[in-house]
Design a protein around this ligand. Sequence first.
Ligand code: 5AD
Ligand code: SF4
Length: 452
Amino acid sequence: MKKAFIKSYGCQMNVYDAGRMADIVSAEGYGEAGTADEADLVILNTCHIREKAAEKVYSELGRLRDMKRDRAAAGRDTRIVVAGCVAQAEGREILRRAPAVDAVVGPGSYHRLPGILAGLSGPVDTEFPEADKFDLLPPPSRRRVRARGVSAFLTVQEGCDKFCSFCVVPYTRGAETSRPVAAILAEAGELLAAGVREITLIGQNVNAFHGVGPDGRAWSLARLMSRLAGMEGLSRLRYTTSHPGDMADDLVAAHAELPALMPYLHLPVQAGSDRILRAMNRRHTADDYLRLVDRIRAVRPDIALSSDFIVGFPGETEADFAATMRLVESVGFAGSFSFKYSGRPGTPAADMPGAVPDPVSSDRLQALQSRLEADRQAFNRGTVGRVLDVLVEKPGRHPGQLNGKSPFLQQVQVTGAAAAPGDTVRVRVTGTAPNSLFAEAVGAAPALDAAA
Ligand code: 5AD
Ligand code: SF4
């Protein structure tokens, strides 16, 4: 039997797409290879968000080229496919730079992989087809879903119309589109039947969701979630990633009204200086963001907030950076991702003057990250003594221990619970480690009760 190996880089959208590609190639008769070396087909599902991410692909392709040559000498054929956002952004250029590559498929066209692998079309397909690619994919395989555990991603929205000036997403993932509600409910039903208990709805700009409902009207994300929350077997809902400009009132209210919706929100702000936010074309000020945080905390005071930050955006001064640090101090994030600005070809910011030299941006990144890390630890310490519900994911390292997630997306090691993956147990948090919490079971949790 031929075997395929899929390697995914970057965001959750790619993790989800890689799963769907695994189903495609399995329907084409490929088994799963544990490593690239044993694979007859290697798919790199790539990320273009920062230069470092994109360059990783070419170094991996260098290794694969040598592997392909060695295997060919032993009489074995290897096919290499580049998928994802580098495929979309660079297209045919990839074949020029890396001739060992057999095919290039974008995030909007990977459902056509079978035809491309059969040589019926391609080798470069980066069209965004009119039809919903999800309708054309094999349904998620229960075996694969089960193997991935009790928590699953479900893509509900793709693309972005915001055009932040630093970001390639509107170019690589195209315009905003939402999947129809019926298709999402059907896929959620499949996931739950395979044993999934927590569904994270994903989209580049997920809170701009406006999929057509069975009533023919556009449904908001909040309306979609309130329907999903009633589905048999579902314990927890999350959604990511959101733009502050799309936090509609009904979505904020959902954080108070839907017990299944976990008190955790990834809401990137990127920077704290209005001048930089304007240059980033973020369409919100620092104050807009802080007021939004107040609205959310008014309905869900204990919510854990996280953000993305970019330091060293063109023209960023010490005063601008200080404004970012002030915003961080006033919000108190439970966790965040932060990056040095990376100029991306084709984006407006790539042509802006005022590049911030590297030692300066590195220093800023370090200062920001140590503050964010201190805040994360403080948030974790703040949960010590609290009674929380933990969704059990797997057995722990030691006998009698279980690993799971808190409502705030913290990893928790639980002792004293007789429970299986997929169960929710009620615990008291007893302590913290750098990347997890320790807790003792205090009983089984009543269904759909997020946190006591
Ligand atoms: N440079 C650095 N970081 C970037 N991001 C997006 N584009 C760039 C870029 N050109 C970051 C943003 C975004 C996260 C996914 O990646 O913070 O929210
Ligand atoms: Fe990129 Fe901005 Fe869209 Fe996020 S909202 S995907 S940062 S353009």
